[in-house]
Design a protein around this ligand. Structure first.
Ligand code: SF4
Length: 78
C-alpha cells in the first residue's frame, strides 16, 4: 500500500500520488497517460493531473489496482 509519507515531490497536489516504491515499470503511464508521467531523473512515475470525472477517477483507481508494487496511493482511501 502506498505511503503518504513516501509521496514523491513531483506529484501534483491532490488526492492521488505515487510513492517512492515505484519501480518505473510504465504500466500506469500506458494505462492512464493523461494522469501519469515519467520522472526520468529519478526513474519513477508521478501524478501529473488529478482526475475529476467519475470515469477518470475510475481509470486512475484501476491503474492503482494494477500497479504491481502498490505504489499509487489515494489520500481519501481508508
Ligand atoms: S505502475 Fe506502479 S511501479 Fe509501475 S510505473 Fe506506475 S507507479 Fe510505478
Amino acid at each position: 500500500m502506498a505511503s503518504i509519507s513516501d509521496r514523491l515531490p513531483l506529484n501534483i497536489a491532490g488526492r492521488f500520488f505515487v510513492d517512492s516504491s515505484c519501480i518505473d515499470c510504465d504500466q500506469c503511464r500506458t494505462e492512464a497517460p493523461d494522469f501519469f508521467a515519467r520522472d526520468a531523473e529519478n526513474g519513477t512515475s508521478y501524478v501529473t493531473r488529478q482526475p475529476v470525472t467519475p470515469e477518470d477517477i475510475e481509470l486512475v483507481q484501476q491503474a492503482a489496482a494494477n500497479c504491481a508494487t502498490a505504489s499509487i496511493g489515494d489520500e481519501t482511501a481508508g
